[in-house]
Design a protein around this ligand. Structure first.
Ligand code: SF4
Ligand code: SF4
Length: 386
């Protein structure tokens, strides 16, 4: 039997329209009672990358989360919401506020769970450079998780859907630490695959917000792309595979899909997936643009070691737009961003030290003011023809 991924059209973030679309997507995937029982405590895990408003399409829209909350309440389950935002260093309250989740939690009477204060559980993994990972302890108190990602591109992982969204289950600065230990795109994808495998038993359902997504240099500085879609599936890798296919790309271009296929975790062969609901052709999608540095995953490690300084995309802080909030300075896993001395005085804005930077692109992801641009070396410019 084929693995089901449902696809439903929804053109705007209006409460009743989003509810109807999410309900139809979940029904087509099997119906909420097939995944959650009455009386269960379920954690909803949106993508709350940083403190940005929902209209910026960087975080999961609250209306999609609201629809999932209501579906859970209807069957007698108790929903909770939680994530570990990348910018939590500045206080998670700010993130709840700006992303609309605080208002949503008050309106729907749902508790917000702070992953930063609940401790972590060390879990052994089978990764080439990392032996174990820390996962937020609180997650294991819930009967199950409903994963609610945002459909976006990602500088290092190429695409962020169901599998990548679980990186938010790693608390706080440990995320940056793992970036340091797995800087190459395929090491990072292997890590994401291992996190997925560690949490797979808790995941009941995945519902992705693709009403307005992001293409190009996501996950925070890309271009908004109206896609008008909600998808649902109990199988996260199958959902990511179906989305990649629907957006006009070959699923095996995504390293997490490749790793999970090798580990036989979830369904990653499009021929074994049934897309129910709308016909993907009816969306009339032009080819979805992946990040400019998509080519990095094809570059062998020895080549990077040899020609790395000509090849990598490096962040550059734009002095005109930087407001000096220091979020990037405090979040860089290798302390590559600082205030160098200029004529014996500290520079007014932070500067990236390219020799130290490992191109994890965390700063690009986190800057709330789009003040971090990506610059490519000459070899990278040839490879991506820009
Ligand atoms: S580059 Fe962005 S994150 Fe860094 S200090 Fe400036 S505004 Fe803040
Ligand atoms: S400067 Fe930015 S891209 Fe470079 S290591 Fe630090 S956070 Fe990562």
């Amino acid at each position: 039997m084929k693995t089901k991924v449902s696809l439903v059209k929804c053109a705007e973030y209006e409460t009743s329209k989003v509810y109807d679309a999410v309900r139809r997507a979940v029904d087509l995937a099997g119906g909420m009672p097939a995944f959650v029982k009455s009386g269960e405590k379920i954690l909803i895990k949106p993508n709350l990358l940083s403190a940005r408003e929902p209209e910026r399409a960087i975080t999961t829209h609250p209306e999609v989360v609201r629809a999932v909350i209501r579906l859970l309440k209807e069957i007698g389950a108790t929903p909770y919401m939680g994530d570990s935002p990348g910018g939590a260093i500045k206080g998670v309250e700010r993130v709840w506020e700006r992303t609309g989740m605080k208002k949503l939690s008050e309106e729907e009477g749902v508790e917000l769970i702070n992953f930063e204060t609940s401790g972590a559980v060390e879990t052994p993994i089978n990764h080439s450079t990392i032996k174990s990972i820390h996962i937020t302890k609180k997650i294991f108190d819930f009967d199950g998780i409903i994963n609610v990602p945002k459909l976006k591109t990602h500088g290092l992982a190429i695409f962020t859907g169901a599998v990548k969204n679980l990186y938010g289950c790693v608390p706080g600065l440990r995320k940056a630490e793992y970036h340091k230990l797995a800087p190459h795109p395929d090491e990072f994808a292997e890590l994401l695959s291992e996190i997925y495998l560690s949490l797979k038993h808790k995941i009941r359902l995945n519902v992705i917000d693709g009403i307005v997504g992001m293409e190009g240099n996501g996950p925070s500085s890309g271009d908004l792309r109206k896609l008008d879609m909600i998808l649902a599936s109990s199988d996260g890798p199958a959902m990511d595979t179906a989305i990649t296919y629907i957006l006009g790309h070959e699923p095996s271009e995504i390293d997490t899909i490749k790793f999970l296929r090798a580990k036989k975790a979830g369904e990653t062969e499009i021929k074994n997936i049934e897309i129910t609901g709308e016909n993907p052709g009816s969306f009339n999608l032009e080819k979805f643009r992946f990040p400019a540095n998509w080519y990095m995953k094809y570059v062998p490690h020895f080549f990077i070691n040899l020609l790395g300084r000509f090849l990598w995309m490096k962040p550059k802080i734009n002095e005109q737009t930087c407001v000096n909030c220091k979020l990037c300075v405090e979040s860089c896993p290798v302390a590559a961003i600082d205030y160098p001395l200029v004529n014996s005085r500290k520079s007014a804005n932070p500067v990236v030290e390219n020799k130290i930077c490992i191109s994890c692109l965390c700063c690009h992801e986190l800057c709330p003011y789009k003040a971090i641009e990506l610059k490519s070396g000459w070899l990278a410019r040839i490879l991506i023809r820009q």
